[in-house]
Design a protein around this ligand. Structure first.
Ligand SMILES: [Zn+2]
Length: 188
């Protein structure tokens, strides 16, 4: 109620000055909000960089590789359920929304664990998930329902095109395992 009375008083002629000030105040507030958002973004970027440096220094894969692997995996288990046997079918990502969610998952879980849970999610016949066609967003918010998912389903992904191993890897998992071993044995 109080704010309503205030609003009305702004409309009274002769109080133009007050009205003007209120407008500048609002503009300043909006600017401050925008600046705060920018600062938050910077902070987020900063901590992502620190995490990435830590990963690379520890011989781990960079975030880009991990994201790609998870994307491929979700694609594979999703099309296995919704478009089996059609090689051109793919899950439609909403990258602006989904990538930050993937990054958040990676902060507490490793790639293998997330993949196992993705498989379990796509096997879940929950009518609500089925109706929505198992979107990634729902997986992300229910990821803990699949905490005891088995390490890996029998599904295997083709090795990535840039595999230069001899003998060539037979699956994405094998390639990743070999890459991880190589990095651990690395140049140091
Ligand atoms: Zn390979």
């Amino acid at each position: 109620m109080g704010s309503l009375c205030l609003l009305r008083s702004y409309a009274v002629p002769g109080l133009k000055g007050v009205e003007l000030m209120a407008d500048t105040d609002k503009q300043t507030l909006r600017k401050i909000e925008k600046l705060l958002d920018l600062l938050r973004e910077l902070r987020q970027k900063e901590s992502e960089i620190v995490e990435e440096v830590g990963r690379l220094a520890g011989g781990e894969e960079g975030i880009g590789v991990k994201l790609k692997r998870l994307e491929r995996w979700f694609d594979a288990v999703w099309t296995e359920r919704y478009a089996p046997g059609s090689p051109k079918a793919a899950y439609v990502w909403q990258y602006a929304k989904d990538v930050p969610l993937l990054k958040r998952l990676l902060r507490s879980l490793d790639v293998d664990t997330i993949e196992a849970r993705m498989s379990a999610y796509l096997r879940d016949d929950d009518p609500f998930y089925r109706k929505q066609r198992h979107p990634f967003g729902l997986f992300s918010s229910n990821v803990n329902r699949y905490a005891d998912a088995a390490a890996h389903s029998d599904l295997t992904l083709e090795p990535p095109a840039d595999c230069k191993h001899t003998p060539a890897c037979k699956s994405d998992q094998e390639h990743t395992r070999r890459r991880a071993n190589e990095m651990q044995g690395g140049p140091f």
